[in-house]
Design a protein around this ligand. Structure first.
Ligand code: GAP
Length: 454
């Protein structure tokens, strides 16, 4: 693990952002829990996304579909037959590894679309050079493809439910496709329009790697945009630009982002680009922006037997809309944001988070805790701020340590109430990024903060 990644893992554990799941039971691989600070950061990321994708767009509506849906949906989508990773097992220590990751470790790229035979051949050709990450030996089984869908028995009460399982959704967008007609019939949207959704997805990922970058339970933020077939590429270019700008608006430096074009498109796709971020382990996929043709609605029309065609209200033209998609994980966005915000200046560690993402916006400190008038005044300020801002309270130790503790969790402003406050109604406001302290009259505090957070 890179140095920066180790520091992020340590800080996020120490300060209550991210905990390994089920820790007191020895942990549960590739699953994480968001702690008191993590849940705020994740909520703020989701709010920023929702604002960008739904609130500011009259042509996009929201949805919250169920996690467990009709199992036929996953047959129609192709996940039951095709959603799989190629695996090998080490004959010595029995660790299972993804073949593409093993090949990548020796600089050989395995194409995502290769058949089991093709990838087996590529692996056989390179087998001697590859070492098991568990024990370092080079003795592997043949390649097997392993389905990533997570089975469950919800709604199936038979003893052998495993033969006809239901599934925890592997991606949120299928819930969007199957509600396309409902959204159309119940709102005033007309093509082109989009449906956005944030929700949990589950995948039996083989390798637990890179912290929250790849987990088995994760949240996706997906928007599917339904367009006239002839407008697909034009709308696709607009969406690419819109999504790129979203990350710049979150304070990500342009040099830490790049487009990656998929080399081999699936047969129905018109174009597929990923936005990659320069994570501590190098550039990797943050978000996919794909032009999917009419494949999704064609499949659901075929498997459900329902007509999903759109009738243009002006021209009466009938057609199956094409879809362009934007899909990104909340955890992956959080890792990108944390990597971008992490700063060290001597002893001081701070997160230079954009104000809108910071878990706490303000912290209030009484200078001393044994002077009741100071504590009471600080409490009064806390209570006036709480309805509007997530506000932290700290009365322990010296002020310098309290500033550093807030720096580490990215709180933009610390307010200190002291003896002077009791005399002239002023407080000290300390800025996270510049460390500059200024004296502000309490009568101007609300305007001061509104100016910073507007
Ligand atoms: N509907 C398209 C779709 O799900 P994907 O490339 O499989 O496409 C989209 O996933 C995004 O979801 C990825 O770019 C990534 O941000 C996030 N994602 C996918 N698998 C993930 C995992 N195992 N852990 C965390 N995030 C994941």
């Amino acid at each position: 693990m890179s140095d920066l990644m180790q520091k992020i893992v340590a800080l996020t554990k120490r300060r209550g952002f991210i905990f390994p799941s089920s820790e007191i039971y020895g942990g549960f691989a590739a699953v994480y829990d968001y702690g008191p600070l993590g849940v705020e950061l994740s909520k703020n990321i989701k709010e920023a996304w929702w604002r960008n994708m739904v609130q500011l767009r009259e042509d996009i509506v929201g949805l919250d579909s169920a996690i467990v849906m009709h199992p036929k949906i996953w047959e129609a989508s192709g996940h039951v037959s095709g959603f799989s990773d190629p695996l090998v097992e080490c004959k010595s220590c029995h660790a299972r590894s993804r073949v593409d990751h093993l090949l990548e470790s020796i600089g050989v790229k395995a194409d995502e679309k290769m058949s089991e035979e093709e990838i087996n051949q590529l692996f056989t050709d390179n087998k001697d050079k590859v070492k098991c990450p568990g024990c370092g030996k080079s003795d592997f089984t043949d390649v097997k493809k392993f389905n990533l869908l997570v089975k469950t028995n919800l709604g199936n009460f038979t003893n052998d439910w495993d033969k006809e399982p239901t599934y925890l959704r592997g991606e949120t967008c299928q819930g969007i496709y199957v509600n396309f007609r409902n959204a159309l019939d119940s709102t005033r949207v007309k093509i082109p329009f989009g449906i956005a959704q944030i929700g949990k997805a589950f995948r039996n990922e083989i390798t637990a790697r890179q912290f929250i970058f790849r987990t088995r339970e994760f949240e996706q933020m997906e928007m599917q945009y339904f367009v006239h077939p002839e407008k697909e590429m034009e709308e696709y270019e607009k969406l690419k630009e819109y999504r790129w700008q979203f990350y710049l608006n979150l304070g990500i430096k342009p040099e830490n982002l790049k487009w990656h074009e998929h080399e081999n498109l699936v047969f129905y796709a018109k174009a597929a680009f990923d936005i990659e971020y320069n994570f501590p382990f190098g550039f990797a996929e943050l978000e996919g922006v794909h032009a999917r043709g009419n494949y999704d609605l064609t499949q659901h029309q075929k498997f459900s037997g329902q007509n999903l065609e759109y009738v243009d209200p002006f021209t009466q033209e009938k057609y199956l809309p094409h879809i362009i998609e934007s899909s990104v994980g909340v955890g992956r966005t959080m890792l990108a944001i944390l990597s971008e915000a992490y700063r060290e200046e001597g002893e001081r560690i701070y997160l230079q988070l954009p104000y809108k993402l910071a878990p706490y916006k303000v912290a209030v400190f009484p200078l001393v805790k044994n002077k009741p008038e100071i504590v009471a005044k600080a409490q009064e300020i806390l209570k006036t701020l709480q309805p509007q801002y997530m506000t932290a309270w700290d009365e322990r130790g010296n002020i310098g340590k309290r500033y550093y503790a807030q720096d580490e969790i990215g709180t933009p402003f610390c307010l200190t109430v002291d003896y002077e406050t009791l005399e002239d109604n002023t407080i000290t406001v300390r800025n996270r990024d510049t460390m500059v302290q200024e004296r502000i009259n309490l009568a101007n505090l609300s305007q001061f903060l509104a100016g910073k957070f507007s």
